[in-house]
Write a protein that binds this ligand. Structure first.
Ligand code: DHE
Length: 520
């Protein structure tokens, strides 16, 4: 704002009428003052996404101005209606709608150029701490961009290391639980050795990225990018670039990648295209995953590709869907993908074996399937997803895909968590006047049995369990926040660990064993 005030003072000091040109708000100046902090001076993204036509897509004109004025539900994007006039807002919208003078490219060579391995890294032969390496829990502290490494038994902080700016999504552990890979919104991937408590290195795999996935054999890490429209595949051994896959629909339309996950039983990566109605499955084994004998099905699309378009490591299969999916998750056998388009009122079930949609789901509002979980309710498996705009949790039967119940909570939540040894689902309320109310839901009756308010008025976010499910760790998502350790049975607070705006917490065992009740 300083620059604006200065330019206004300069104008006031000049005793002539400002010309219409001078009076017109300058979108570029306003952008640098108010937007660049999150979206970067280059507009290529930081904590906020890149603000260029390629990523804004259909968000333009009045729609874009409305977002600048009112902010965006369930994101860090605040509204500027109280700070900027409608003319100012229109000027910023016009500025960010202009193509960059030079189109951003980010090739395999560019990625390789950022690769920085830590020279002092010395791998330990065994864990350098005495606790259970499988019960380590990582806490992402977004307040000062660090991760704390917690001993899951004593809750002692074994290490606290700096991460790239604005980590998002779940870090991914190697199958043996020794290494962890962390991604930031601006595309940096960091590798950390949990046994040695040391960073191994980092590389910028994209300019604006969504999430990462590890192949079932632990060899490859896929990075889903918005910018450029690619999927970067890194070697987990040394973060070298194995492949940069250009992402475009069958008709050639380039597309951002909404998210990528591993399908362990299928030995594939599954990704959804955000701008094109396609899902891709990419083989992470030499025999071609979905193209190997067991995966060849009668579906025309799958068959056509299976018969010769692509084979072998990183072979790709396209699955057509009715609308682009931007949020999705899977049944535990990874045969079914459950997805939504946030603008739509329904979700879809895509059966990956036959390669087509097999059911639709009644999911009004804005379900956040990325943090959905599943569990056994009696003899039926159910899935639950919170909604980003309403205090609702939808519970769906995974056999006949019917909506069993919509559980009412006191406000929109972001994350759900449970554990096989816990009778409860823990659901946060992330926004609204009731933020900070934690709902404890009985997994069998689907009733809210208790509402815990750990610190009135403070945002409570995200639960993670210890390996044995005995304790539940909950974040107070404030700059002078904390991780609170609850006894998962009595629901009583046991301990409070001060942390800087902690959000996600990730227990090694729960993640690598796909513990019932954890998301992805
Ligand atoms: Fe996330 C996971 C998408 C905003 C914190 N978030 C995910 C995943 C997706 C997703 C697809 C699963 C990826 C994975 O773990 O591999 N998140 C989105 C959005 O589309 C949304 C609504 C808008 C956006 O800006 O991208 C969004 N997310 C946020 C936030 O504002 C949060 C609260 C703070 C932040 O850090 O940006 C946030 N998201 C998280 C966390 C996880 C996550 C902590 C991992 C949860 C887990 O338990 O695995």
């Amino acid at each position: 704002m300083i620059r604006r005030i200065l330019s206004f003072s300069l104008l006031l000091a000049i005793p002539v009428m400002p010309s219409p040109l001078w009076a017109a708000p300058d979108g570029a100046v306003i952008y640098q003052d108010l937007c660049a902090g999150c979206h970067a001076e280059t507009r290529l993204g930081g904590t906020g996404p890149a603000l260029i036509p390629e990523t804004l897509g259909r968000l333009k004109g009045e729609k874009l101005e409305a977002v600048i004025a009112s902010g965006r539900a369930a994101t860090q994007m605040a509204g500027f209606a109280a700070t900027l006039s409608p003319q100012d807002i229109a000027a910023v919208a016009a500025y960010i709608g202009e193509p960059l003078a030079q189109a951003p490219v980010w090739t395999a060579e560019d990625i390789t150029g950022t690769r920085a391995m830590v020279a002092e890294y010395a791998p330990a032969a065994a864990p350098v701490f005495s606790g259970d390496p499988m019960n380590i829990t990582l806490v992402v502290e977004s307040g000062d961009h660090h991760i704390s490494v917690l001993d899951g038994d004593s809750f002692a902080v074994l290490d606290r290391f700096a991460t790239p700016f604005a980590v998002h999504g779940g870090p991914k552990f190697s199958p043996d639980g020794r290494f962890v890979f962390i991604m930031s919104r601006d595309g940096w991937v960091q590798k950390y050795d949990i046994w040695s408590l040391q960073e191994v290195g980092r590389v910028r795999a994209g300019l604006n990225s969504r999430n990462i996935a590890m192949s079932a054999d632990g060899k490859w890490l896929a990075v889903a990018n918005y910018l450029p429209a690619t999927l970067t595949i890194l070697s987990t051994a040394d973060l070298s670039v194995q492949k940069v896959v250009e992402v475009a629909g069958k008709n050639g339309t380039p597309s951002r990648v909404a998210a990528v996950y591993q399908a362990p039983q299928r030995e594939t990566f599954v990704l959804a295209l955000k701008d094109v109605a396609e899902i891709w499955e990419i083989a992470t084994n030499e025999d071609g995953g979905p193209y190997s004998e067991g995966f060849v099905h009668s579906n025309e699309n799958g068959m056509e590709e299976a018969l010769g378009v692509e084979r072998g490591l990183f072979a790709r299969r396209r699955i057509q869907v009715s609308a682009p999916l931007d949020d999705f998750f899977f049944s535990p056998d990874y045969r079914n993908l459950i997805g939504t388009n946030r603008e739509a009122e329904t979700g879809v079930v895509v059966n990956l074996d036959v390669g087509r949609e097999i059911a639709s789901l009644p999911l009004p509002g804005m379900p956040h399937l990325g943090s959905g979980i599943t569990w056994m309710r009696g003899d039926r498996r159910v899935m639950a997803t919170p909604h980003l705009t309403e205090g609702l949790i939808s519970v769906i039967d995974m056999k006949d895909w019917s909506l069993i119940k919509t559980i009412k909570t006191s406000g929109p939540g972001f994350f759900l968590r449970s554990h096989a040894n816990s009778p409860y689902v823990w659901a946060d309320v992330f926004t609204g006047e009731h933020k900070g109310e934690l709902h404890i839901i009985d997994k069998q009756t689907l009733e809210v049995v208790q509402v815990i308010i750990p610190e009135p008025g403070k945002t409570v976010a995200h639960t993670e369990f210890t390996r044995d499910g005995r304790y539940a760790l909950v974040s107070i998502w404030e700059d002078d926040g904390a991780v609170i350790v609850f006894d998962a049975k009595t629901l009583k607070e046991i301990k409070r660990l001060p942390m800087r705006k902690p959000v996600g917490k990730y227990n090694v065992w729960n993640k690598i064993s796909f513990e019932d009740g954890t998301s992805h």
